[in-house]
Design a protein around this ligand. Structure first.
Ligand code: GDG
Length: 463
């Protein structure tokens, strides 16, 4: 088995690079993006030489290499046609809905598969071109599930890790995928395959035993003469960084302003998501509507603020979700708002990290209702920002985060009644009870922060 050299370089492979392009043509320059993965890997990147392979987010040719903060960034070129098939098509209309409990029907378009294979092969080729003997490859997420196998074939000397950020579906659903064997074989090229939860890891091991010659247990598979570790590595956040931001005078001042806009004496119910059908935005709005309709609370008691970050707008299911969400927001406001008293504040935009933290600090209730989610780090960010130990978290039991955040009010996000009942409970929860719950959740997230996550994965890879 390949071992890690002490001065081995780390080669991270992810669909998107952790950088932003500013400007075009001769005026083009690059800046670090504020992606969660870059933060997560921060300490590892400082420890050893690092390369990052990924896509810049624009079609067509890409610059050869970029040096940024001591890291070498290697962009992978992807054409417009490939973006349509590999990214919008196979990744986001086949795999994404299939891996999220088929909340939307996945499309199985055979013309999308060859570009998925080609682009994966290109990522692998770029990665191994940078790899010296015994280096470490850490590949991320559903867009790149074939990279481990491509890299392994050409470079058996490398240590290869793969981490899936989204759920791995149960056998009954994975069976739908016409390329199920190829996908599992692709992943089995890795030495360590990490998932957000035990259930996801178990789903994968079962699929591997069913669709390939792999043998073994839920945590250890034997395949083509190699041993592969399969495990759960729940991702987390940079707790200290969020906590510090939440304590900064600028953020506190902004939080105060947001509270004033919410209205005196009104409890602020906050929701933060990419505008994605997996996040259960419609269900939670219906629950809020029901709360007002039944007069279990009025607009004088509470206000809902939804930050909805535009996402995948070239995919039809996403534009449809947006239309539906906005229709419900309009209906609730038409029915219940009063002059100067808005029932639902809806912000369809990306806000800065500081602004986001100010919202977390200002909120009374955080409402997180995904119909299925790998982890959901928004829930953890809210907890990290509550340095006052106040605030109630309502959390979907179908988010990976529910495994750790047991002191949240957990709900079944498909059950609008359940969400309404949780809102009533949260609105009336005694301060001492919410405080006790928050203290426990903060201890858990502080201990299992993102550095812990990256270290654990890396340790497994070193074994
Ligand atoms: C995938 C999996 C898994 C949101 N709005 C703004 C903003 N955000 C940031 C949040 C948070 C991130 O985006 C969203 O993370 P989630 O975990 O909720 O979800 P996905 O984007 O679906 O991510 C998920 C994750 O990967 C990590 O493994 O947890 O299950 O689906 O960090 O803060 N950030 C800023 N402005 C916004 O308006 N700055």
């Amino acid at each position: 088995m390949a071992r890690i050299r002490r001065n081995a370089q780390l080669i991270v492979v992810s669909n998107r690079l952790p950088i932003r392009i500013i400007g075009t043509g001769a005026k083009r320059r690059f800046e670090p993006g504020d992606g969660g993965l870059a933060t997560a890997l921060g300490s590892l990147l400082e420890e050893r030489p690092c390369n990052w392979i990924g896509w810049l987010g624009r079609p067509g040719p890409a610059p050869r290499k970029i040096r940024l903060n001591g890291m070498q960034v290697i962009p992978v070129p992807i054409s417009s046609a490939e973006i349509d098939a590999f990214y919008h098509g196979f990744s986001n209309r086949t795999l994404w809905p299939l891996y999220h409990d088929v909340i939307r029907t996945p499309l199985f378009e055979h013309r999308w598969w060859p570009p998925y294979v080609d682009v994966n092969e290109r990522f692998a080729a770029k990665a191994i071109a940078e790899a010296r003997r015994g280096d470490i490859l850490w590949i991320h997420d559903y867009q790149l599930q074939l990279v481990p196998q491509f890299a392994r074939r050409l470079r058996p000397d490398l240590r290869i890790g793969f981490f899936l950020h989204i759920p791995f579906p149960p056998e009954e659903l994975f069976a739908w995928l016409p390329w199920r064997s190829e996908v599992v074989e692709g992943l089995l090229g890795a030495d360590v395959i990490g998932f957000q939860t035990h259930a996801n890891a178990q789903n994968f091991s079962r699929a591997a035993r069913k669709y390939t010659d792999a043998e073994g247990t839920d945590t250890e598979l034997h395949y083509q003469g190699r041993t592969i570790q399969v495990g759960s590595f729940p991702i987390s956040i940079d707790f200290r960084n969020f906590e510090e931001l939440a304590r900064s005078p600028k953020v506190l001042l902004r939080a105060k302003e947001i509270r004033q806009h919410a209205g005196v004496g009104r409890k602020l119910i906050l929701c933060v998501d990419r505008l994605d059908y997996t996040k259960g935005i419609e269900q939670r709005l219906l629950a809020f509507e029901q709360l007002l309709e039944r007069r279990e609370a009025s607009v004088d008691d509470c206000v809902l603020m939804q930050i909805a970050v535009p996402s995948r707008e070239r995919v039809r299911e996403y534009t449809e979700t947006r239309t539906r969400v906005e229709r419900i927001v309009g209906r609730i406001n038409g029915e219940f708002s009063e002059p100067g008293i808005i029932a639902v504040h809806y912000f369809r935009r990306n806000v800065s990290r500081e602004e986001l933290v100010a919202f977390y600090v200002a909120a009374d209730i955080m409402l997180v209702t995904p119909l299925r989610d790998g982890m959901n780090v928004v829930a953890k960010e809210f907890v990290a920002c509550r340095t006052d130990h106040n605030g109630v978290l309502i959390l979907s039991e179908l988010a990976g985060a529910a495994r750790e955040l047991r002191q949240a009010i957990q709900i079944n996000p498909h059950d609008v009644e359940d969400i309404t009942a949780a809102l009533v409970r949260a609105l009336h929860m005694h301060k001492e009870e919410s405080r006790q719950r928050m203290v426990v959740m903060r201890t858990i997230v502080r201990r299992h922060d993102v550095h812990h996550w990256a270290d654990e994965f890396f340790q497994a890879l070193k074994k």
